[in-house]
Design a protein around this ligand. Structure first.
Ligand SMILES: [Zn+2]
Ligand SMILES: [Zn+2]
Length: 279
């Protein structure tokens, strides 16, 4: 059966332009919902299962119309914050800012080259505040999940630290908190290095990154810090410029060097682009 026979969105639809789904803020997260323009499946009547003839036997199989609802479910489990419900490659306007243009294209190339089920080199976007790093990170996740059906998880770094700490405090850390973050094929960490991680928390991050390294998991991330080894500078020293600290200072040199093995680093140059983004 060709995909054209599965019901999909109406290209003339004013809500989804034919995508068949709409992404909008749902509570604190960005949520995907099936668009009203998608007709009921003529093969299964929306049940999601259909009988197929295999040789002289009739088997019950999953109907292909489930693909879009399955991806919607994946998106809604990814934990993308509501404020990024409208972040996509098409809502990012790189032409207004040549300094970010190359980064924008490289993020699109990265998603295009991603091979589901294979080992993929990750990508870490770095540069000053307001370059649209998180917008691009979410844009990549959106394409991975909705166009390619890849399972992914978005987590803000300081939230990741408190999540892991809460898991270990309750005595269930390894199984219920750490392992799901190790197993998800694409883990996207926003604001890597932000917040004051204790030695214990940074030790857990080290474990998480090492486990993902061994499991061939892909890491995407954004950070305001330069991917350089620790300088020994401490946070909050008023005599030094903001972000004089490096990523090595923030996550430790061990984690930094592991990340360099696993990921490419992409600097986003240019002026603050926040005011160029349309929603
Ligand atoms: Zn629609
Ligand atoms: Zn169906």
């Amino acid at each position: 059966m060709s995909s054209s026979t599965v019901p999909s969105g109406d290209p003339g639809c004013g809500s989804c332009s034919g995508a068949g789904y709409v992404i909008k803020p749902l509570g604190s997260l960005a949520g995907a919902v099936l668009c009203d323009c998608v007709p009921e499946c003529p093969f299964c009547g929306g049940v999601g299962q259909r009988q197929v003839q295999v040789g002289d036997r009739v088997r019950v199989g999953r109907c292909r119309c489930r693909m879009l609802p399955d991806r919607i479910l994946l998106f809604n489990r990814a934990g993308i914050p509501a404020r990024h419900a409208h972040s996509s490659f098409s809502s990012f306007l790189p032409d207004k800012n040549p300094g970010v243009q190359m980064g924008y294209r490289q993020c699109q190339d990265w998603v295009r080259d991603y091979q589901p089920g294979q080992e993929n080199r990750g990508l870490i976007l770095f540069g000053g505040v307001g370059r649209g790093k998180t917008h691009l990170l979410v844009s990549m996740l959106r394409v991975l999940i909705m166009d390619h059906g890849v399972e992914a998880r978005f987590v803000e770094f300081s939230h990741l630290l408190s999540l892991l700490k809460a898991g270990y405090d309750s005595g269930t850390g390894e199984a219920t908190t750490l392992m799901p973050l190790v197993r998800v094929p694409v883990l996207a960490i926003d604001e890597l290095g932000k917040g004051r991680g204790s030695d214990w928390e940074l030790g857990i991050i080290d474990q998480l990154v090492s486990h993902r390294y061994n499991a061939l998991g892909t890491i995407l991330a954004t950070t305001n810090y330069e991917p350089k080894p620790a300088t020994g500078l401490s946070q909050g020293n008023l005599a030094q410029p903001e972000h004089a600290q490096t990523l090595g200072d923030r996550v430790g040199d061990r984690v930094l060097s592991r990340l360099k093995e696993m990921c490419g680093f992409l600097r986003l140059r240019g002026e603050d682009v926040r005011h160029f983004m349309k929603n």
